[in-house]
Design a binder for this molecule. Structure first.
Ligand code: SF4
Length: 265
């Protein structure tokens, strides 16, 4: 779903600002779906006709939610899917930035670094959620540090744009959005670089010792190694019997790959 929506948005922003309408987005979504249908990840979902229709409806809800909240006609893209392959704080750093866009009036190299997230928007306002959100923002802060290394751009803001579609009781979908952002300056970049170097060092130590601690969480349900990971398996088994009071369904959803991998019917 995320790959599909990312592809539509990327194509949309390739068009002139005035042309970025919902009608164009719909046409792009239609042609992108023809591509997606032939892709292995999509085929692995094994959707029947009704499932494919819901996939398209959910994706379209996400795209219209993006339109409603984030005004794509105002974006001035500098690069999309920008490839990174640099060293940051001594760490080989590779990745792709979803969107680098012009910040301000475009008279200097100031840019905003954006990563799209098509998952649940984060909670805010508690100590626990603030810690989790700082952790999430590290990704885009590292992107900003990598851009600085490349020397062409001057990132001022790093942000995560969340837009997703949740099930509604009537069988439809409702859009949800959220933004996590952080100003980029010398202090925040230095902190992000130091954290990257620390983690790289810890990975090296763990490799040398041949020991890496499992860190369980909701994504264990989507982890390809779950059937080799005792802690992850135990976590998935617990999530499978626990009921989410909001949805009335098990915390580990039926479509999580771990359900099939571990035989958790
Ligand atoms: S299953 Fe194990 S390896 Fe996979 S995410 Fe969970 S804790 Fe990490």
């Amino acid at each position: 779903m995320g790959t599909f929506v990312h592809a539509v948005l990327e194509k949309l922003l390739d068009h002139d600002a005035a042309d970025r309408t919902p009608e164009l987005a719909r046409a792009l979504a239609r042609s992108q779906f023809d591509v997606t249908e032939d892709q292995g990840d999509y085929r692995a979902l094994q959707l029947d006709e009704a499932g494919a229709r819901r996939f398209r409806q959910r994706a379209w809800t996400m795209i219209t939610t993006y339109f409603a909240e984030f005004s794509p006609a105002t974006v001035v893209p500098v690069a999309q899917e920008m490839r990174l392959n640099v060293e940051v704080a001594g760490v080989p750093f590779r990745g792709f930035i979803d969107l680098v866009e012009r910040d301000g009036d475009g008279t200097d190299n100031a840019v905003v670094v954006t990563d799209y997230k098509t998952g649940k928007p984060p909670e805010t306002g508690t100590r626990w959620s603030d810690e989790q959100n700082s952790e999430k923002l590290l990704q885009v802060m590292w992107y900003a540090a990598a851009l600085m290394e490349m020397g062409e751009h001057d990132p001022k803001l790093a942000r995560l744009l969340y837009f997703t579609a949740v099930d509604t009781p009537d069988g439809g979908f409702a859009g949800r959005t959220g933004v996590l952002s952080a100003g980029v300056d010398q202090g925040s970049l230095d902190a992000a670089r130091a954290e990257l170097a620390l983690r790289w060092h810890q990975i090296g130590e763990a490799r040398a010792a041949g020991v890496a601690d499992a860190v369980t969480g909701p994504l264990c349900g989507w982890c390809a190694f779950v059937d080799h990971c005792e802690e992850g398996e135990a976590h998935c088994r617990a999530m499978r019997v626990e009921i989410n009071p909001r949805t009335g369904a098990p915390r580990l959803r039926d479509d999580a790959p771990a359900v099939a991998l571990l035989g958790l019917t």
